[in-house]
Design a protein around this ligand. Structure first.
Ligand code: AMP
Ligand code: MG
Length: 344
């Protein structure tokens, strides 16, 4: 199969929608990362998504809608809290876990009783979903376990030849995946930090529990148990702790590795890149540490660029857990597959 590259104009959207209606797969830009779209209500299309990604059947897909008014098509019940959240954050990078509606094939939810749903922000994404006339199941458009794609070239590198088309809308603005909030629990539960911050959710809802992946990843208590995900091929280490001490750790590790003949890549904010510029390391500056939205936007592309140069080691510095930094920490922790060093 040759993967077509479609422009995000009326003709491109119409062509993409026709492919989706025919049960084919089309990758498209959202504000978070590129999604691998297929008709969420067509079991064959859903099966094709899992096959193209190499995704295990136990990992459920997020369903994308053009408008919150379409929720009854996929959710069995829409609690009043959804209206509050939708008014505040939709369209946007917030995924809500609700009771699965009968029209949703079980494969979408990995056999479970709940379905994850969101309304993405970019007009091109919503125009595509509207034109397809059906909710789109769309996991990140990468091979399973790889870094998520933030531009069309990343999609082609992972899925070229395996999907019908990619709608090229340029780089995605947020750069990390959506926040996943479970509304089927007694207290809303954050399952994955993302583009909508925990602080913003708590400001609106009051209590929000930390659950699932987040409870594990946030505590960094048993990092050996964390799933390897969003992972580069090179071994990645994440250092967490006071800024000066963490930067010193990066310097010492880079020097020791270089002395041992191992090539080192550094995935660090601009401040560190300047202070560590004397090292014989491949440095990817992510933007100012204080501009966490810039860091998040650049994170995956920088990780891909470093990885393509095959360093023996990639060293990254944690930037805390306030706002979007919580999502950046979560992704780096997974990319590190448990190789997290806590200082101080
Ligand atoms: P991706 O679309 O690749 O960013 O991954 C989707 C992620 O959303 C899954 O790996 C789960 O962590 C989460 N998710 C999807 N559906 C559900 C669900 N029904 N319940 C809980 N989490 C879900
Ligand atoms: Mg993914």
């Amino acid at each position: 199969m040759v993967t077509q590259i479609l422009q995000p104009d009326a003709a491109g959207i119409a062509a993409a929608a026709a492919l989706l209606r025919a049960g084919q797969l089309v990758a498209f830009p959202t504000e978070t990362v590129y999604g691998l779209g297929g008709d969420a209500l067509n079991p064959a299309a859903v099966a094709a998504i899992f096959a193209a990604k190499g995704r295990p059947a136990h990992d459920p897909l997020i369903v994308h809608l053009a408008d919150a008014r379409d929720l009854p098509r996929v959710a069995a019940a829409v609690p009043p809290l959804v209206d509050t959240l939708a008014a505040a954050f939709w369209p946007g990078p917030l995924t809500l876990v609700l009771a699965r509606g009968p029209a949703v094939p079980r494969a979408v939810t990995a056999g479970g009783p709940t379905v994850a749903v969101r309304v993405p922000a970019p007009p091109v994404a919503r125009a595509l979903i509207s034109a397809a006339g059906t909710p789109l199941a769309a996991p990140s458009a990468n091979r399973f376990g790889h870094t998520s794609p933030t531009d069309a070239a990343h999609v082609l590198a992972d899925l070229g030849g395996r999907i019908a088309a990619v709608l090229d809308g340029g780089p995605t603005p947020i750069g990390v995946e959506s926040t996943v909030l479970d509304l089927t629990t007694p207290v809303p539960t954050l399952l994955r930090p993302g583009g909508v911050s925990l602080e913003a959710l708590r400001a609106l809802l009051g209590e929000v529990a930390l659950g699932g992946e987040v409870a594990q990843g946030g505590a960094l208590a048993s990092p050996g148990l964390l799933a390897r995900h969003y992972a580069p091929q090179s071994e990645l280490w994440l250092v967490v702790g006071p800024e000066e001490a963490a930067r010193q750790w990066l310097r010492e590790q880079a020097i020791a590795a270089t002395a041992a003949g191992r090539r080192v890549g550094l995935l660090v904010p601009d401040e560190d890149a300047a202070l560590l510029a004397d090292l014989a390391a491949d440095i990817e500056p992510l933007g100012p540490a204080a501009a966490i939205e810039v860091v998040a936007q650049r994170l995956y592309a920088a990780l891909r660029r470093l990885d393509a140069r095959h360093p023996a080691l990639i060293l990254a510095r944690d930037l805390g857990e306030t706002g979007l930094a919580r999502a950046v920490r979560d992704r780096l922790t997974r990319a590190a597959a448990g190789r997290v060093v806590q200082l101080g």
